[in-house]
Ligand binder design. Structure first.
Ligand SMILES: Nc1ncnc2c1ncn2[C@@H]1O[C@H](COP(=O)(O)OP(=O)(O)OP(=O)(O)O)[C@@H](O)[C@H]1O
Ligand SMILES: [Mg+2]
Length: 615
């Protein structure tokens, strides 16, 4: 999936850039000082022609060598001061702007962590990566250089023209002639460039996605000998990006040529006119020298405008892309006002709670309905009318055909996705009324894909632990998950696992993920087929250990194999988006054909579809 749905309508670069203000505010004093210093330096440069005029009309005309030397000394001092001031400007902005970039990157990362899973399902990771890297770098560069110089050059041009008009207004007007066509051309340039800039930055994001996918999927690519087609796809994308960059370069070349040529023509005209005036005796030679030197000193400020506008457009696009992510709504941090829920129905629990303890009611799914946010409107919901009660301390296995929605159901409990109908309660409390952080302390999960991070084995497991848990908890969890293999790793639990834990076997990763789920001794445990990659002997050992651990925990365990189901007290059969039957393994084997078919492939009275509907 790509994300090149760039806005094709015109939008205001200034309005986009103004959104940076909250980040720039803390460093505004420094930036203003730097801009002031730069204006000062630039205006000092404009004094040089005036000194030249003084030298030509004074000491040179009077043949006074002492005066010429003095003039040269003034020029040297002016030049040195200008250089020192520009150096000071750079020093003033470097540190605060690195801080602005770091703050924006930090905020983006924090925000990404809080965005709902549905957001990450939708957005390609390369797009997010490029926004956190290339775009932010563009913004820092913009704040450091073009922002200041748009101001500095603007002021310099203004002051320069005042000096020019004051020296000889008729020549000054000749130089001012190209201003109106230039402004119009700059406007056309800006609107064209902004669209191409957006396209290019989005394409960088798409390219990043391809690189990331092919690095992560290198085993599949090699295994299927797809490196050629993968390289071809990459080349196609990078050629597209190259084309876009060339369009940018063409636009830039065009505006640069116009911005350079028009003023040069005007300077040429002023030179001819000025020479005639000097010949007629209407103008002193010194004034003409000063006039032309000032005009030439204004060359860079004028010529740079095309480049500065281009970089500002790039920055405006980067800002827009940054805030597209930042504007996405985070998961509410719990405590969301919910419609008053009816009091929980008392559970037929064997253990009656003491009056002071909170009611222990286990996990209750009450008419739960769920459809994925990007699902078609006319598609049936993945889950509909799910009613299920997992009693406190009970282990419930969830069985269903592949694609029947088991994983989806498990993600609803820790609110990785939000139910679209009905409600889920934990010990009688609606999960939407529990602050998310608390909810995720209460509920521990292990997913189908055991994801590990580039950290040590111990750190990976202890991610699931509370603050106080340490080595002892780690040891217990590793024992439970039968992950004794870690002690044979080169540095034991301190061994670093490679990116995504790919240096471990599938079963080893699964056991670490399971250890991570149980290390914090959670009240509720949700396991999505946690033992699928283990051999039956290891699975039996894990199960025996889990039984001890789960004695006090309410657990929902997705299972495909009879051996995993045997771990559970009861089994729920998910079929056709609803809970079709609940009972013990033996009961269901007898009462449900679909269950028997799923568990042993026998007694099927009909075919079972992907959704688990018995035909
Ligand atoms: N992020 C998603 N967006 C849209 N649809 C999805 C998403 N994830 C899963 N689905 C769809 O929801 C349905 C149920 O998927 P789910 O992963 O819950 O099945 P499952 O029972 O866990 O299957 P399996 O036994 O193969 O793991 C499938 O039809 C799937 O295509
Ligand atoms: Mg699944």
């Amino acid at each position: 999936m790509t994300r090149t749905d760039a806005p094709t309508k015109e939008r205001s670069a200034v309005r986009s850039l103004l959104r940076l203000w909250p980040y720039v505010r803390p460093v505004r004093t420094r930036l203003l000082c730097a801009a002031f210093v730069a204006v000062l330096a630039s205006c000092l440069g404009l004094v040089i022609p005036l000194v030249l005029k003084w030298i030509v009309d004074g000491p040179v005309a009077d043949r006074d060598p002492g005066g010429v030397w003095l003039g040269a000394l003034y020029l040297l001092l002016l030049g040195l001061t200008e250089a020192a001031l520009f150096g000071l400007r750079r020093w003033l902005v470097a540190r605060p702007l690195a801080g602005v970039e770091a703050a924006m990157r930090g905020d983006l990362y924090r925000h990404l962590q809080r965005l709902p899973v549905a957001f990450h399902d939708r957005w390609p990771s390369g797009q997010l990566l490029s926004r956190g890297t290339t775009d932010l770098m563009l913004l820092r560069m913009f704040l450091a250089f073009p922002l200041t110089f748009l101001l500095v050059n603007g002021v310099t041009i203004l002051v320069g023209f005042v000096i020019l008009l004051q020296q000889q207004w008729s020549l000054g007007l000749v130089l001012l002639a190209p201003v109106i066509p230039l402004v119009m051309l700059c406007h056309v340039f800006e609107s064209k460039y902004s669209l191409v800039a957006r396209r290019s930055q989005d394409q960088v994001g798409d390219l990043t996605t391809v690189v990331e996918e092919s690095v992560l999927g290198i085993r599949v690519i090699k295994g299927f000998g797809r490196h050629r087609s993968q390289a071809h796809a990459f080349r196609e994308l990078s050629l597209t990006l190259r084309g876009t960059e060339l369009t940018k370069a063409r636009l830039l070349a065009w505006i640069w040529a116009v911005i350079t040529a028009l003023p040069e023509l005007a300077v040429g005209a002023a030179l001819v006119l000025g020479t005639v005036q000097v010949a007629d005796g209407d103008l002193s030679a010194g004034t003409l020298v000063a006039f032309l030197s000032t005009a030439l000193a204004l060359r860079w400020p004028v010529e740079s405008i095309g480049f500065l506008l281009a970089v500002s457009q790039d920055a405006a696009t980067a800002t827009e892309r940054y805030f597209e992510v930042m504007d996405a709504r985070e998961e509410a941090q719990g405590d969301t006002p919910q419609p008053k829920s009816p009091p929980p129905t008392p559970a037929p629990s064997p253990s009656t709670p003491s009056p002071s303890a909170p009611p222990r009611d286990g996990i209750v799914f009450d008419g739960v309905e769920f459809r994925y946010p990007d699902a078609h409107d006319d598609a049936p919901p993945v889950l509909a009318h799910i009613d299920l009660h997992v009693r406190p301390g009970e282990t419930m296995a969830l069985v269903g055909a592949t694609g029947s929605g088991k994983t989806t159901l498990t993600t609803l409990v820790p609110r990785l996705h939000e139910v679209t109908g009905g409600r889920i309660t934990l010990d009688g409390q609606d999960i939407t009324a529990i602050p998310r952080e608390r909810l995720r302390e209460l509920v521990s999960v292990a997913f189908e894909e055991p994801t590990l991070f580039s950290a040590s084995v111990g750190e990976n497991v202890l991610m699931g632990a509370g603050d106080g848990d340490g080595e002892a908890a780690l040891g217990r969890a590793l024992d439970t998950a039968q992950a004794g293999f870690v002690h044979r790793l080169p540095q034991g639990t301190a061994t670093q696992v490679g990116e995504q834990g790919l240096s471990l076997s599938g079963g080893q990763r699964q056991r670490l993920a399971l250890a991570r789920a149980v290390v914090g001794r959670p009240r509720f445990l949700v396991l999505d087929d946690p033992l699928s990659a283990l051999d039956v002997h290891t699975e039996a050992l894990v199960e025996a250990a889990l039984r001890r651990v789960l004695a006090d925990t309410t657990a929902l365990v997705v299972a495909h194999r009879p051996s995993t189901v045997l771990l559970a007290d009861r089994v729920a059969l998910l079929s056709g988006g609803r809970i079709a039957a609940v009972g013990t393994h033996q009961e269901l084997l007898h009462s449900s054909d679909e269950y028997a078919w799923l568990m042993s492939g026998t007694r099927a009275s009909g075919a079972v579809s992907e959704k688990g509907d018995t035909a």
